[in-house]
Write a protein that binds this ligand. Sequence first.
Ligand code: C5P
Length: 406
Amino acid sequence: MSLAGRQVLLGVGGGIAAYKAAELVRELSKAGAEVRVVMTAAAQKFITPLTLQTLSHHPVGVDTFDLQQESTISHIDLADRSELFVVAPATADLVARLALGMANDLLTTVALACRAPLVLAPSMNVNMWQHPATQVHIQTLRGRGVRMIGPDAGDLACGWVGAGRMAEPSEIAAGCATVLGETQTVTQDWAGLSVLVTAGSTREAIDPVRFIGNRSTGKMGFAIAKAAAARGAKVVLISGPSELATPAGVERINIESAVEMRDAVMSRADVQSAIFKAAAVADHRPAQVALQKIKKQGAASSLELQANPDILAELGVRKFGRVRPVLVGFAAETTDVERHAREKLARKHCDLIVANDVSEAGSGFGTDTNRVMLVSEGGVDRLPLLSKDEVAHRLLDRVRSLVKSA
Ligand code: C5P
């Protein structure tokens, strides 16, 4: 992936690794990026703005309220013109402030105003990195689609050994190129539209330890969220437990059970142009959830179940405030795929069913490829075996034509 001609904003935090920011500016510039730099007050104790200004050939932003700087290029201009915002080093303090959405200096103010993908290269003492507060902030940021590069493990400047060392500048620059590559040259035909995607499996608790689940990994739903965001949509991804990283620029809401998924979907359903229900939702849940772990001795030999809400069917008959979103359901089948898909299309009142035979090799759960058919009232469109990313784009092409023009 090339950085040639791309506008990269580098935010430098106040940690010892700030000295490596100079090398990072060089790496990014060498790869062709136009680099602008903003620094926190603490960063200036480790490296001077003059160094980074000399290397980047642009004035370095250090103060939100600097009249001269604001008249040359305002903090909003900085945010607007950047195609990627990379913060290196991202100290524990900066990670916390970014997670909380604070805007109490230039760097965090620009971050809040910036719509470009955010990449962080964390750098801190191992105990600060492992502290639950930091880890919660990191999860929050990941949940918003922020990418993390590092930290690496090794000897730390503070004398400790462990995770916390900032990734090497060359690795950070390569990560920036990858993230930019994902958003490059993709048509922005979903710009101004909102999309809701559900992904993964649900977990229906039996007791505090056990649950009923299924084999869905979330790959298809995550691919749709990623593709929609890359094409300019505002995406909310409602996901069951999944190991997958949140795609850049996607807002992620984690849920466990079908009931939680229903509540999350309904609370966000009204403002969407399209809803993709890629999640494999459990049809049933245990009628009773035991408050304590059920012991082997004396456990009942059968489990009483009750039906879960059918979220898609509920959406199908919902009175939407504004325009009805295009409703896309998924059907994972092992036999009679087309017949089942047609039946679902009618029963759940949706606009399109993406159906696949999960018993076919290379199709279905956990694979990176899928062979699907798009079933609508108008007929069936059979797609070849494609990567899930490619399926996502083909699906978005089709659904975009069904969305009433914004
Ligand atoms: O009926 P079936 O589960 O095969 O339908 C699959 C489609 O319905 C998927 O889009 C799935 O997300 C959705 N669904 C749902 N709520 C359920 C069960 C399935 O939204 N309880």
